[in-house]
Design a protein around this ligand. Structure first.
Ligand code: GLN
Length: 478
């Protein structure tokens, strides 16, 4: 069964027809993981445990007692907690730390008999756009191993692209699900802020972070959303807005949408001209198919990155202050006193990029500069939110390319500012809390994929999925 179609939709059908055994499926995934170990996608594989779970759940299937996610093999980004398992945010400072509890998303999946197959490599504390900031070393892009898979959920996107698990869960603070999905040719979805509980996610910037799925089909994304979204008393920022069924809308045919795009995105300096061209072609194709298309101004684009990096580094410097060498993970052993424990554990435990951000965040929060940077950026964030809501008032979606370029070479981007610019098209959704999905509909002449980004109003997640489903049936290039 080595060449099966790697989607939960397919696996479910085979289970129903009794033509698939979970132990066989588990073995296929495990052997593929081994065969591709040079890509450095997994930082740990729960081999024995996954196999014994597969046996147990296969028996439940036979007894007709299995949960609705039986057959789903999930890879977890290494910043999502799984009880009694190591979790490190791919950082040295969390080496040896075992989570004493399950994150809400993991609990929801396990309750329905999904199997967690391993931990996936990522940028340290989810800071990065290439997966090169990991303590475990970089992940290679499975489509072209000279290239990065994107970041920070690089392992999560590469694992699904290479068929090493059915779906994965990543986290997205400024694009970390969508950008790697775009680079690896898979679907990456950042839900509305507050739709999915962050309980058990190792925080980077709490007012931006969202957990979301990476998958090969829109159906799989929607199924996962049905189980992981909803109010959670352990995360007070989750919303109790009615949790719509994310699959319900798929059946409705011939829907015509009101679609926006903006030349302000396409005029971005660093955009690859072929990406621009193919995107515009796609837009005119949608128009020919009866959708209403309108061009709008998005005049704040030049400000989104500075605002994002001021606010996220501020939140990160505060969130990461808990790693002091005392409570979790790595402690510098030859310290002479307690202060030395703090200083040395942090100096040797954090990587360069994380340290850069802690310093920047501490600076913008310092008494002298707080008003000038932090407060100002908060106000600017609000302006962008108002503008975004206004733009989308009478429309369904705002479309952009997900990324200004396709996957770049390993070690190619050394300048941090250039690396930050990778997120130019994705951070807006996090600044305003809106849902955004990267759909793999494009292929560049350099043979690398790139995604279409679909953004919508907050809590229109189901609409984004309906539209993506329609696009998948009509255009998916892969
Ligand atoms: N690349 C962005 C950053 O480094 C986004 C990261 C993320 O979404 N976790 O902040």
């Amino acid at each position: 069964m080595n060449n099966f179609q790697n989607t939960f939709e397919y696996i479910q059908k085979q289970i129903d027809k009794k033509t698939l055994n979970l132990v066989d499926l588990c073995e296929v995934y495990l052997s593929r993981i081994k065969k591709n170990s040079d890509l450095n996608i997994f930082v740990e594989v729960f081999e024995k445990e996954a196999l014994s779970k597969a046996k147990e759940i296969q028996n439940k299937i036979i007894a007709k007692k299995a949960g609705s996610l039986a057959g789903l093999f999930v890879g977890l980004k290494d910043n999502i907690s799984y009880k009694d398992h190591l979790v490190s945010a791919s950082s040295k400072i969390l080496q040896g730390y075992v989570s004493p509890y399950n994150s809400k998303v993991v609990k929801s999946l396990l309750d329905k008999d999904a199997i967690i197959i391993g931990r996936l490599n990522c940028d340290e504390f989810a800071m990065g756009s290439s997966n090169e900031n990991s303590y475990y070393g970089p992940v290679k892009n499975p489509i072209n191993t000279n290239k990065v898979p994107g970041g920070s959920s690089g392992g999560a996107a590469a694992a699904v692209a290479k068929g090493l698990c059915t779906v994965s869960l990543g986290s997205d603070t400024g694009g970390s699900i969508r950008q790697p999905a775009s680079f690896c040719g898979v679907i990456g979805f950042k839900p509305t802020y507050g739709k999915v509980s962050r309980h058990g996610l190792i925080s980077y910037a709490s007012s931006f972070d969202q957990i979301g799925p990476i998958s090969n089909t829109v159906y799989d994304t929607a199924i996962i959303m049905n189980y992981i979204s909803g109010k959670d008393t352990k995360d007070s920022t989750t919303s109790n807005k009615i949790n719509k069924d994310h699959i319900l809308g798929f059946k409705k045919k011939n829907k015509k949408y009101k679609i926006l795009f903006s030349n302000d995105f396409l005029a971005y300096d660093g955009i690859d001209l072929e990406i621009k061209e193919k995107f515009l072609e796609f837009i005119s194709n949608l128009k020919n198919n009866g959708h209403s298309i309108k061009e709008i101004n998005f005049k704040h684009l030049n400000y989104v990155l500075p605002i994002y990096y001021i606010l996220t580094t501020a939140e990160a410097s505060s969130n990461l202050s808990r790693y002091d060498g005392v409570k979790y993970g790595h402690r510098f052993s030859q310290s002479k006193d307690i202060e030395d424990v703090f200083i040395k554990s942090r100096s040797f435990g954090f990587g360069e990029e994380v340290k850069r951000r802690i310093m920047l965040g501490t600076f913008v929060l310092s008494q002298e500069y707080y008003e000038a940077y932090y407060t100002k950026a908060q106000k600017a964030r609000r302006m962008i939110l108002n503008d975004y809501n206004n733009i989308l008032k009478d429309a369904d979606f705002l479309l952009t390319p997900t990324t200004p370029n396709t996957a770049f070479n390993l070690k190619e981007l050394q300048d941090p500012i250039k690396m930050y610019s990778q997120d130019i098209f994705t951070v807006t959704a996090n600044l305003v809390g809106a849902p955004a999905l990267s759909m793999p509909v494009f292929k560049h002449s350099n043979n690398m994929p790139f995604g279409l980004q679909i953004m919508a109003k907050s809590f229109d997640d189901h609409k984004v999925l309906d539209f993506s489903y329609y696009l998948e049936k009509k255009y998916k290039s892969q």
